[in-house]
Design a protein around this ligand. Structure first.
Ligand code: AR6
Length: 193
């Protein structure tokens, strides 16, 4: 089946949490939170970050500006960390902003650790807010150039470790290619349900 016809695929991630992979636009996700693949300043940008800010409306940028600068003159979210705001005009109640690594700026092993941190810290915040459903895009797999075949392994392993009491962890992939990569990795490592 081609990805454009593909239904959402469900897998057992942990005994309590299911992993759901679908193709689409994450700004349409109507669960508790969507994760944004942001830049460290948290002031918007291109890619999924731009789409989320456009759909959420200007209040999202205002909420991001109010988050404290924690490093240097402008960094609100160092690579691998996460911050949470409301979702404003989005169907999702919250946006969890995280920053993945720029692949070529790190040794592959540190890039993998930072990408895992981005997923784990996003899920930590989701659990701290008692959320039940959260959706991730393919963090770092666009402008930040992380090879998607490696990123998916890191992302799914980190989600397994940090799922906590989340009922559903979704990955909403924008392209056929990214959807197929996620679907193949999940099918080969997790039990379908
Ligand atoms: N829904 C789901 N996925 C999407 C959407 C969408 N609406 N739009 C794009 N994607 P990127 P990064 C996919 O570049 O690599 C920004 O400028 C896209 O096809 O958005 O982490 C930030 O401000 C790709 O597979 O994020 C940062 O500066 C994936 O989302 C920088 O880009 C991630 O691509 C972050 O780069």
């Amino acid at each position: 089946m081609s990805a454009s016809q593909a239904p959402a695929e469900h897998f057992e991630l942990t005994p309590n949490s299911r992993l759901i992979i679908s193709k689409g636009d994450i700004t349409q996700f109507a669960g508790d939170a969507i994760v944004n693949a942001a830049a460290p300043e948290l002031l918007g940008g291109g890619g999924v970050d731009g789409a989320i800010h456009d759909a959420a409306g200007p209040e999202l940028l205002e909420a991001c500006r109010r988050l404290p600068v924690v490093q240097g003159r402008s960094i609100r979210c160092p690579t691998g960390q996460a911050q949470i705001t409301l979702g404003f005009n989005l169907p999702a109640r919250y946006v969890i902003h995280t920053v993945g690594p720029i692949y070529h700026m790190h040794e592959p092993k540190s890039a993998a650790n930072l990408l895992a941190d981005a997923h784990r810290n996003s899920l930590k915040l989701a659990n701290e807010h008692d959320l039940e459903t959260v959706a991730f895009p393919a963090i770092s797999c666009g402008v930040y150039s992380y090879p998607p075949g490696d990123a998916v392994k890191v992302a799914l392993e980190a989600c397994k470790e940090a799922a906590g009491s989340l009922e559903e962890i979704h990955f909403v992939l924008f392209s056929n290619n990214m959807y197929s990569i996620w679907q193949e990795e999940a099918s080969s490592t997790l039990k379908p349900i």
